[in-house]
Design a protein around this ligand. Structure first.
Ligand SMILES: [Mn+2]
Length: 388
């Protein structure tokens, strides 16, 4: 697998993932940019696109961030050098061009992936020396970029003031490389880095995510809370007289402790049912919308049998968990429990992106599978592009 410079994915995971940086020359030999700088700028002008322009200037506040969507006039007013355009979630915004771009990176589980961010910069363009909380693969496209990285993860948070970019006040580079088209740099979380465009360049950041501990616990509590009878309340028929009315007695505290333990269920099935939902919550901007005019089963069948396909909604998050009796399929925070007859659909839907009739045929024999696919289509998790 050339992507990892001769390492197998298993070797990469063992020795580099979350541990240390890796430079891979010609990770994608003969790499061709899937879009042009002009097309990227066009994306940054569309409503609902998370785009930023970062300008480096002299003076008190050397870094300025502007948020999109932008207009053509915004780009015409930019200086010749020293700026960067960043477009988040590019693979969801332009799935026709970019959805397959992430395929080689799927040796990391889908639920850990955040997005493909694409940046364009003219000469000297940079977002400053900074660190990120997440792993990233930085794949170089058009042009060359000089990357400098720090020696190890940064513990503190010594940033320049007033900066959402988290630009480091101090940065001591330990290594430096010039990346050309097809070269790639992997960085583990919190490793300081600074990339400067040597000429007009496109850089592709395959970014990951990892839930915060606080976010996990609060999310789990909310899930558990939904299952609790809202009328259930603390009771104390065994209340006994106490000396000081201001004291909270040991018996009351013990009751509360027992009550919390009763509800705090961390058995594997409960954790699976919650985490599948939690980890597939979509970014709000990409939530699927139900079909305004639902398809009938006959229409779907005719579409598939005449060569049409079903595709995953580009922003939808799919995952599955195999269990003893059911396979749990999760899409955008929704759970679908699939019995043995249709359980095979879950790994298929989660691995592939486009589903022809040939691909679906083994499952299509089951009525339950037909009903599920129709439901996913009408809920907007699967889509049909009419011009297919
Ligand atoms: Mn970064």
């Amino acid at each position: 697998m050339h992507l990892l410079g001769g390492l197998s994915p298993a070797q990469f995971l063992r020795d580099y993932w979350q541990k240390q940086p890796l430079l891979i020359r010609a990770a994608l030999p003969g790499f061709h940019d899937p879009l042009s700088p002009e097309e990227l700028a066009g994306l940054a002008c569309e409503p609902g696109v998370e785009a930023r322009l970062i300008l480096e200037e002299d003076g008190e506040k050397p870094w300025t961030v502007r948020h999109g969507p932008f207009s053509e006039a915004d780009f015409l007013k930019l200086p010749e050098t020293h700026w960067t355009l960043l477009v988040q979630d590019a693979e969801k915004q332009a799935p026709m061009l970019l959805a397959s771009f992430l395929e080689p990176f799927r040796f990391i589980p889908d639920w850990r992936r955040d997005d493909l961010m694409i940046s364009y910069a003219p000469a000297h363009g940079s977002v400053g020396p900074h660190l990120d909380d997440y792993d990233v693969f930085l794949l170089q496209g058009l042009g060359r970029r000089r990357w400098r990285i720090g020696a190890g993860p940064v513990a503190g948070d010594d940033y320049l003031p007033d900066s959402e970019l988290r630009i480091l006040r101090q940065f001591t580079p330990a290594q430096e490389w010039i990346l050309e088209a097809g070269d790639m740099l992997y960085l583990p979380p919190r490793l300081a880095h600074h990339g400067i465009a040597l000429e007009p360049c496109l850089t592709y950041s395959i970014g990951f995510r990892a839930p915060g501990h606080r976010e996990l616990l609060l999310g789990f509590m909310e899930f558990l809370g939904e299952a609790i009878d809202p009328e259930a309340r603390y009771t104390d028929p065994d209340l006994t007289l106490q000396d000081n009315p201001g004291a909270i007695g040991a018996a009351a505290l013990a009751d509360i402790g027992r009550l919390l333990q009763h509800y705090l269920r961390t058995d594997p099935e409960t954790v699976a049912r919650w985490f599948g939902r939690f980890s597939t919550e979509p970014k709000p901007a990409f939530a699927a919308q139900p079909e305004p005019e639902p398809w009938s089963l006959a229409e779907l069948q005719a579409h598939l049998q005449t060569g049409g396909a079903l595709e995953r909604h580009p922003g939808a998050r799919f995952a599955y968990i195999e269990q003893a009796e059911f396979t749990l399929l999760f899409i955008d925070g929704q759970e679908f429990a699939l019995g043995p007859a249709v359980a095979g659909l879950a790994p298929l839907l989660c691995r592939q992106r486009i589903f022809s009739y040939d691909r679906l045929r083994p499952a299509w024999r089951e009525e339950a599978a037909q009903a599920l696919l129709l439901d996913l289509l009408n809920e907007g998790y699967l889509v049909i592009y009419e011009d297919d």
